[in-house]
Design a protein. Sequence first.
Length: 210
Amino acid sequence: MRMTTKLAALAPALVLVAGAGIAGEGKGRAALEIGAKAPMADAKMKGVDGKEVSIKDVMGAKGTLVVFTCNACPYAKGWESRIVELGNSYAGKGIGVIAINANDPKVVADDGYDQMVARAKERGMKFPYVVDSTSQVAKAFGAARTPEVFLFDAKGALVYHGAVDDNVESAEKVTKSYLKDALDSVVAGKEVSVKETKAVGCGIKWHQQV
């Protein structure tokens, strides 16, 4: 994957996910604690297929993966193919998957609904990509960045929160596959060894009307 100029400029912060996060618009309430249930699980959000769907609707028998992401952020773009690959793969292994865009398109036009539809089609997403039109779901999770992942087990308890892996620049240079390892553990019914990492990415651009 060839980095954009913006992503290259940020590269020193990308390699060590456990390091300090990037200051940005997304700073807010503390994220969900490990063991917590998914908040606002009944909230309906419009998907790229035009249908309304909630986190509860997609919950899987083995667990549920919630990814806060967007179209425009270079970090979201950098991890996007891996997120889609993992989402598509583990959806067939009993994991419910949903990607949520909480960004206000009035702030970044490329985060609009039409662009989401095109992105989902281009990337071959086989799971819902939905709009958090008030940013309230993201705020309830304490999500602050794109991308930021929350993985719940079969009992609905949060077992992993943070980054996809430790190298957004190159899938070939990843040394710690945080999300994949957590997904494998959840599918196998085992305890997740690394439960939290620092989510590195762009700050969520909150909808201003709420």
